[in-house]
Write a protein that binds this ligand. Structure first.
Ligand code: SAM
Length: 329
């Protein structure tokens, strides 16, 4: 098991398949993009599968979420999913994507063993999408979402980040869109993980603001069936149900005490927190001939030193060197 000094057990593995992305979201990276990892530093499909296998068979990982960067940019994504689905016990398999290209791949990913999907969609307004992502791909994202639902990757979840003076008035519009199509929408508070270090606490749109703006248009009630537990989203029933909406208040109402996540970066580093300031190099171990047991030991040690909280609200908080795209959100 992957346990830490505070009694938390990591069972949910977030695997970043690439640090590259085909969007340039303002809360994530600068318009010109970043210096991507050189290809030899990125784990191969076989290396990723070996690590996931160790995680599942030896360390108690029960959920695997593929992310990035943009995971659909990885041509071997379906093979990696299929190999993960063949493990015993079979983990729950999900994907976080911006949806571009999903229209062509959703059915194949489902057939490979993908159970669930989260698609990121921050705005429904083409001009705002262009400004926020610096790309003109809104239609591709919407088509991708519809393809995910048609492929049976349901309930399709939609992740939205609101930014001050850009899309902070769009919460009700996004919720109407999702309700009409049966998608489950969750608003994520913007976190200090952008490569350009432009995040300001005072400018962040809080989940409290999001809920206030939704409450003006919808009737929201407590979701007694779902307790927050280790799930980052706090959910609410919309207009009497059964539809729900969630907020992920990572900054204003942190959930570190219940965190069950551990992250593997595209270049093979274990991070025990999004905001960790140190990593454990499993790629070096893999490539120098370490046994599965040695890799598992290194991984256990990495999780055992997990701090009690992310510290964003501490005056001494320091943003991690790696931006979100290079960690895997
Ligand atoms: N490219 C994929 C996508 O767009 O979903 C997967 C990677 S992306 C880093 C995963 C999620 O992290 C997205 O929903 C994105 O909106 C969110 N995200 C990125 N930077 C963020 C930040 N600074 N604060 C909060 N969420 C962020």
């Amino acid at each position: 098991m992957l346990t830490d000094a505070y009694g938390r057990v990591a069972t949910d593995l977030r695997v970043s398949l690439t640090d590259r992305c085909n969007l340039r979201c303002a809360y994530c990276m600068p318009p010109e993009g970043l210096d991507w990892l050189p290809k030899p530093e990125v784990l191969t499909g076989d290396e990723i599968i070996r690590l996931i296998t160790i995680g599942v068979e030896a360390l108690g990982i029960r959920e695997v979420r593929f992310t990035g960067g943009e995971p659909l940019l990885r041509p071997d994504l379906a093979d990696i999913i299929a190999a993960t689905a063949a493990l015993e016990p079979r983990p729950d398999i999900s994907l976080t994507t911006n949806g571009i290209g999903l229209d062509r791949r959703a059915a194949g990913l489902k057939a490979a063993g993908l159970d669930r999907i989260n698609v990121s969609l921050d705005t429904l307004r083409p001009e705002v999408f262009r400004k926020l992502t610096r790309r003109d791909r809104l239609d591709d994202v919407l088509t991708g979402l519809a393809a995910a639902a048609a492929a049976g990757l349901t309930p399709v979840k939609v992740n939205a980040v609101l930014m001050r003076d850009l899309n902070d008035d769009e919460a009700p519009e996004l919720l109407s869109y999702c309700l009409e199509r049966g998608y489950e929408l969750r608003f994520i508070e913007q976190m200090p993980l952008d490569a350009q270090h432009g995040w300001k606490r005072t400018e962040m749109v809080t989940s409290g603001e999001v809920l206030a703006s939704l409450s003006a248009a919808f009737e929201l009630s407590d979701d007694i069936e779902r307790s927050r537990g280790a799930a980052p989203a706090e959910t609410f029933i919309v207009n009497g149900g059964p539809a729900r909406v969630g907020v992920i208040a990572a900054v204003t109402r942190p959930f570190c005490g219940a965190c069950d996540r551990v992250r593997l970066t595209a270049d093979g580093q274990i991070r025990n927190c999004l905001f960790a300031r140190s990593e454990s190099d499993l790629r070096a171990a893999l490539r120098s001939g370490a046994t599965d047991a040695e890799i598992a030991d290194r991984w256990r040690a990495a999780v055992s030193s997990k701090l009690p909280g992310h510290g964003i609200n501490d005056p001494a908080f320091l943003q991690p060197d790696r931006p979100m795209s290079a960690i895997g959100g």
